[in-house]
Every structure is written in C-alpha cells, then in structure tokens.
Design a protein around this ligand. Sequence first.
Ligand code: FES
Length: 112
Amino acid sequence: METARAVERRFACNDDALAPGESMTIPAEDAGGVAIAVFRNEDGELFATADTCTHEEWSLGEDSDLEGNEVVCPLHMARFDITSGEALCFPATVALKTFEVVVEDGRVHVLA
Ligand code: FES
C-alpha cells in the first residue's frame, strides 16, 4: 500500500522573476518527484499545475501560450484551465493536477 507523502513548500522563483503571461517549471527533483508549471496571468495572479501535458510528453512551463487563464500546449493545441486544471478541448481529456501557490517575502512557493 502506498503511503501519503507530506506536502512541502517547493521554491519556484522570486516574485519579480515571472512577468504577466509568463510561466516556468520547477524540475521534478525540486518538486517532490513530478515537475510543476507555475503561471502568472495578465492580472498578475499565480497558478500552478502539473508541468506535463496530459496528452503526451510536453513541458507546459517551458513552452506554452497563456491566453487569459487558459494554457495552450503548442504540440497539438490542447487547452487547459490553469485555475482548475480542467482539459478544455481535444486531444487532451485528462485534467492537470493543480497546486496551491504561496507568495511570502518576495518568494513564490508551491505546496506539493
Ligand atoms: S502533447 Fe500537449 S496537446 Fe499533445
């Protein structure tokens, strides 16, 4: 039986390092085993999801387009809602896992 892993704060970046419309990736080795994408929307809000597109292997934090609260995977144009992880169109049918983001003392962390 698999035991639950404790949720920890995973450092993403300094708060001023991510401009509106940008994203970045916390590598798996720094995020508890699964890479996490962090997005800042045009309103300045931060959201975090699993980094890998659920259709095939593609890093959404490294290379994607953010349109409002929707991230578009450039490989086959799947779209996800970064606030909920919901897959919004084919070919993706599985949601991205989402994570809570905490900003404190100018540093962005993800709880994962
Ligand atoms: S890998 Fe993202 S849509 Fe295919």
